[in-house]
Design a protein around this ligand. Structure first.
Ligand SMILES: Nc1ncnc2c1ncn2[C@@H]1O[C@H](COP(=O)(O)OP(=O)(O)O)[C@@H](O)[C@H]1O
Ligand SMILES: [Mg+2]
Length: 358
C-alpha cells in the first residue's frame, strides 16, 4: 500500500476548469472520502489518480514516485490501482470466481494459483461459498462485494471507489457501510472513496475532503467538519447544517469563547482562537443545537411552521420572529405537540462562528 499525494493539480476540459489547483495528502492505509455535490469534479480527480486522464498542471505521487506530471504519465496498468465503480462492472458470462481472478489471468498467473487467490479474496467479503455462482444470481449488495473482492485479488497499492453504494437501497447501504469499514480495517488498504452523500462520508472516512466547483474547500476529520466548518458551504452541507446571522460579536477572554447577539438575545458560542470583535458574523448550528427555552426571556421569539413526527423526536420547523424568511428546525421530545403558528422561545445551545464570514 502507498500514500497518495496531489500537488497543485489542475485539469480543464475544453475551456472549463474542472479541477483548480487541488492539493491533497492521503496517508498510507488511510480512508479518505471525497465529498461534494454532483459535477464538482470528484470523478475527474479519480480518473487522474487512476491514469485515465492527463493532468494539465501539478503532480501526483504514490509514495515517493511521481506517477503523473504535465506531459509525463505512468500508464494506468502500471499504477497498480484498484477501482470499484457504482455499477459493479462484472462480466455476466463468467462465474464469481472467474470475475475475481480475471486480472490475474491477464497477468499470466497459473489457474490453480488464480483459484486460490480468488477464493481468498472472496472470503474477506464473506462470498467464498458463492464462488461458482453467476453474477446474475446475486443481489446488488453481493455483486458489490464481488467487485470489492476482485479489486482486492489484484493486490493494488491504492483502492479508488466511485460512489460504490449509490445504486443500492437505503437498508443495504447501511449494512454495506459497515462492510466497507470492516474491509478497510482488515486489509489496511489506502482508500479514496467518492460520494455525494455526507452521512456516508461521515460514517466511513478517517478524513473528508469537501469539494466545491473544482476546489477542495476543507480537508478534516468528520468531527471537525461538523463542529468547526470553515465556510458557509461546508456548514450547510454537513449534518443538515443551518447558518444564522448574528451581531455584536465580542470576545469572552475568560472562557476562550465569544458572545454574540442572536435575534435580540445574548449567547455564548465557540469561535476560532483570536476571532476579532465584529458588528456582524455568521453562526453555524445544527438542529440538535437549537433548544426550546424554558422561559421567554432567555430565548428568541419564533413561530412554528409545521412539525414532523420522527419517532424518537419531533422535528419542529420554525422561523425567528425577527427573520420571517429564515426557515430553521430543531428536535423536540417525541411527546411535544405544537400547532402551526404557535409561539416558541428558542436558545442556541452550541454554535460555531464561521471564520472570516460577515
Ligand atoms: N470528458 C469530459 N469532457 C468534458 N467535460 C467533462 C468531461 N468529464 C467531466 N466533465 C465535466 O467536468 C465537471 C466535473 O465532472 P465530474 O468529475 O464527473 O463531477 P462529479 O463526479 O463530482 O459529479 C462537469 O461539469 C462535467 O460535465
Ligand atoms: Mg462522479
Amino acid at each position: 500500500m502507498a500514500s497518495i499525494s496531489l500537488e497543485r493539480v489542475s485539469k480543464a476540459y475544453d475551456r472549463k476548469q474542472v479541477l483548480d489547483d487541488v492539493s491533497l495528502d492521503v496517508a498510507e492505509g488511510e480512508f479518505v472520502a471525497i465529498l461534494g455535490p454532483s459535477g464538482c469534479g470528484k470523478t475527474t480527480m479519480l480518473r487522474l489518480i487512476a491514469g485515465f486522464e492527463q493532468i494539465d498542471a501539478g503532480a501526483i505521487r504514490f509514495g515517493r514516485d511521481v506517477i503523473a506530471a504535465p506531459g509525463r504519465s505512468v500508464p494506468p496498468e502500471k499504477r497498480n490501482v484498484g477501482i470499484v465503480f457504482q455499477n459493479y462492472a462484472l462480466w455476466p458470462h463468467m462465474s464469481v470466481a472467474e470475475n475475481v481472478g480475471y486480472a490475474l489471468k491477464v497477468a499470466g498467473v497459473s489457474s490453480e494459483m488464480r483459484r486460490r487467490r480468488s477464493v481468498e479474496a472472496l472470503a474477506t467479503v464473506d462470498m467464498d461459498r458463492l464462488a461458482d455462482r453467476s453474477p446474475a444470481d446475486l443481489s446488488g449488495g453481493q455483486r458489490q462485494r464481488v467487485a470489492l473482492a476482485r479489486c482486492l485479488a489484484a493486490a493494488p497499492s491504492v483502492m479508488l471507489l466511485d460512489e460504490p453504494l449509490a445504486n443500492l437501497d437505503v437498508h443495504l447501504r447501511a449494512s454495506m457501510e459497515r462492510e466497507f469499514s470492516e474491509f478497510h480495517r482488515r486489509t489496511g488498504a489506502t482508500m479514496i472513496y467518492i460520494t455525494h452523500d455526507q452521512s456516508e462520508a461521515m460514517a466511513l472516512a478517517d478524513r473528508i475532503a469537501v469539494m466545491d466547483a473544482g476546489r477542495i474547500v476543507q480537508f478534516a476529520t468528520p468531527r471537525d467538519l461538523y463542529r468547526e466548518p470553515e465556510s458557509e458551504m461546508v456548514a450547510r452541507f454537513i449534518g443538515n447544517g443551518l447558518v444564522l446571522p448574528v451581531s455584536d460579536l465580542r470576545e469572552d477572554t475568560r472562557s476562550g469563547r465569544v458572545e454574540v447577539d442572536v435575534f435580540g438575545r445574548r449567547h455564548t458560542v465557540r469561535a476560532r482562537y483570536g476571532q476579532p470583535a465584529a458588528a456582524a458574523a455568521r453562526l453555524s448550528v445544527h438542529p440538535d443545537d437549537l433548544l426550546l427555552a424554558g422561559d421567554e426571556t432567555s430565548g428568541f421569539d419564533a413561530e412554528v411552521e409545521c412539525i414532523i413526527y420522527r419517532g424518537s423526536h419531533v422535528e419542529v420547523h420554525f422561523h425567528p420572529r425577527r427573520a420571517p424568511d429564515l426557515s430553521l428546525s430543531l428536535h423536540a421530545p417525541h411527546d411535544r405537540v405544537f400547532e402551526p403558528g404557535a409561539l416558541i422561545s428558542v436558545r442556541v445551545g452550541d454554535g460555531w462562528v464561521l471564520p472570516g464570514a460577515a
